[in-house]
Design a protein around this ligand. Structure first.
Ligand code: C5P
Length: 230
């Protein structure tokens, strides 16, 4: 059994506005509904636990999608706390050595091919695997006056995307260790890396964007409309 965990307890402060960004609409549905649709329509995924903010007034109350269970739990103050809460919300039938996929609620444009390749890679690599995209732009390091201090080499640099796939016991161990050490892991791989492990990088589609700004939302609308009309 392979389950997905979707942290959706963020307030989306960077986006601004009243509505948390995962509930903004694009192509007729909220971003989180697109994300859940993408994950649960994949035959390799059996169910999902969604971590919600305690005061969430927008959750549409889904309990199943594509005939698969949608469970919810209350998330935490940081993304990693929300993922830990979702881990604890898994049903009893999900064994310790099962693979789990963690996917951002604010990534609505995920393709089935990427999910399939990620699952395959995570079955081959005991340390887990993540979708990622090579950095294409030239990178500048700024000084305190927002002038260029230097150019950073981009060779071997990747942008971490989601989903990220790990075995349940490893993910739990990694997130608990980061929490105990007071380290805020901004993705699951970071927590796993801290254990001295090396998850695999799986090159994913560059249009698997995380909506963070109004410009991202416009791009998501464009991509999702394009998919709907195909
Ligand atoms: O803010 P950011 O874009 O990094 O959030 C990534 C994902 O983590 C979003 O789906 C957001 O709702 C979720 N999150 C969470 N709990 C938090 C902070 C973020 O579930 N405390």
């Amino acid at each position: 059994m392979t389950w997905a965990l979707v942290p959706a307890a963020g307030s989306g402060r960077r986006f601004g506005g009243e509505v948390p960004k995962q509930y903004l609409h694009a192509a007729g549905k909220s971003l989180i509904e697109h994300a859940l649709e993408a994950v649960l329509s994949h035959p390799g995924i059996d169910g999902v636990v969604v971590a919600l903010a305690a005061d969430d007034a927008h959750w549409p109350g889904l309990t199943s999608l594509h005939g698969k269970p949608v469970l919810t739990c209350i998330g935490g103050g940081e993304r990693a706390d929300s993922v830990l809460a979702a881990l604890r919300g898994l049903p009893a039938g999900v064994a310790d050595d099962e693979l789990l996929l963690v996917h951002d609620a604010a990534r609505p444009h995920l393709h089935a091919d990427d999910i399939g390749r990620l699952i395959e890679a995570a079955r081959d690599c005991i340390d887990g695997a993540i979708l990622a995209a090579p950095v294409r732009d030239t990178l500048k390091r700024s000084d305190a006056d927002t002038r260029i201090a230097r150019t950073e080499p981009r060779d071997g640099l990747w942008r971490a995307l989601t989903p990220q796939a790990f075995h349940r016991d490893l993910l739990l161990r990694a997130l608990k260790a980061a929490q105990a050490d007071g380290v805020v892991a901004t993705d699951e791989a970071m927590a796993v890396e801290r254990l001295g492990l090396h998850p695999a990088l799986v090159e994913g589609r560059e249009d698997n964007l995380k909506v963070t700004t109004p410009a991202d939302l416009a791009l998501a609308e464009f991509l999702l409309q394009g998919r709907a009309s195909r």
